[in-house]
Design a protein around this ligand. Structure first.
Ligand code: ZN
Length: 161
């Protein structure tokens, strides 16, 4: 019985995390839209099904939840039950993310990772500050960029595993 309950509450937690990720994706879309860029969302025929693709600028944006993508920041916490299973899951996700980024760069796209912690939590950017950084990157950013929490010691591509 105890196990059933804990499974149910875990399921609720995971759903809550997924919904939050959808919310931050919408938020980033609004910023891109406000920047005047034409974009497509959830583009299925590109590696990793990017959240946002701005073809005119050969730019792709992923909005990554810090939990699912194992980001090295204050929002990531390793689950205390089934830890090994989770660790392996995160490692696989990180590997898939890397392969997708490389594939997109090979196709001639630039890739920006916007981490959840840049929008949520104690060290988030202001909405206008974040919008500016995204716009700046779309216009002039390097091949692979990332935006994370303001005080992050890890500006992007490091993971907790
Ligand atoms: Zn993060």
């Amino acid at each position: 019985m105890a196990d059933v309950l804990s499974k149910e509450s875990r399921h609720r937690n995971m759903s809550a995390i997924r919904n939050r990720n959808t919310k931050i994706e919408r938020c980033v879309r609004r910023m891109v839209y406000a920047g005047g860029f034409k974009y497509r969302t959830n583009v299925r025929d590109m590696p990793g099904r990017p959240d946002i693709v701005i073809r005119q600028y050969r730019a792709v944006i992923f909005v990554n939840g810090c939990f699912w993508h194992g980001h090295d920041c204050h929002l990531f916490k390793m689950p205390e039950t089934d830890t090994e299973k989770w660790r392996n899951k995160f490692r696989r996700q990180i590997e898939v993310d890397k392969q997708n980024v490389n594939a997109l760069i090979d196709l001639g796209y630039r890739v920006l990772i916007v981490w959840e912690c840049s929008l949520r939590g104690k060290d988030r950017h202001t909405p206008s500050g974040l919008a500016e950084r995204i716009e700046e990157w779309v216009l002039r950013g390097a091949g692979l960029g990332s935006i994370a929490a303001l005080k992050s010691s890890n500006p992007g591509d490091t993971h907790k595993l």
